[in-house]
Design a protein around this ligand. Sequence first.
Ligand code: IMP
Ligand code: MG
Length: 188
Amino acid sequence: MMYFSEKKDVVTIGALDFVLYLSAREIQNKIREVAKQIENDYANENPLFLIVLNGAFMFAADLIRNLDIACDVDFVKVSSYKGLASTGRLDVKIANEKELKGRHVIILEDIVDSGFTLDQYLPMVQAQDPASLKVCTLLEKPEAKKFETQVDYTCFKIPTKFVIGYGLDFDEAGRNLPHIYQLIDEYR
Ligand code: IMP
Ligand code: MG
């Protein structure tokens, strides 16, 4: 259950407090910058965006509507099950529908944390023989990286703290928030 605090800059979910970290305005400004870069890099390439559900849905909608170039979109749903040891497994719950062979593919992710998801998923995309493959993420936690994985466009590099909002969830809560909020780990 979600409760919105009286103070607009704090959101409480269960026992956890999250403080405003990136405002909708900051997010939109950065997305416009990254959209311009992608526009320049893909002017005549008709790229195909692979949107990683669920987290990237809001980011993808805003990024793509800022692009003044021809493009296609498709969706994938993957989820990771991390074992007790360093080995883990990635389940593809929904695979891409469009053919990737010969296409310029750009994966849209919400956040690159340990890098496990991309480490597992990128080879599955490469195996479909795209003409090129790049990764664009809204957020990246460089200090949390355990897998050296390819990231080509990053909107925001953030510290290793849990964040919610703008598509990102805590136990499915908070995806609808227009801003991004960071977990407060010290209690008053
Ligand atoms: P990775 O596989 O460790 O890179 O983590 C990727 C996935 O973990 C993301 O797609 C998110 O679903 C989830 N995740 C990692 N950090 C956060 C966070 O701070 N907030 C919400 N979800 C997160
Ligand atoms: Mg995700």
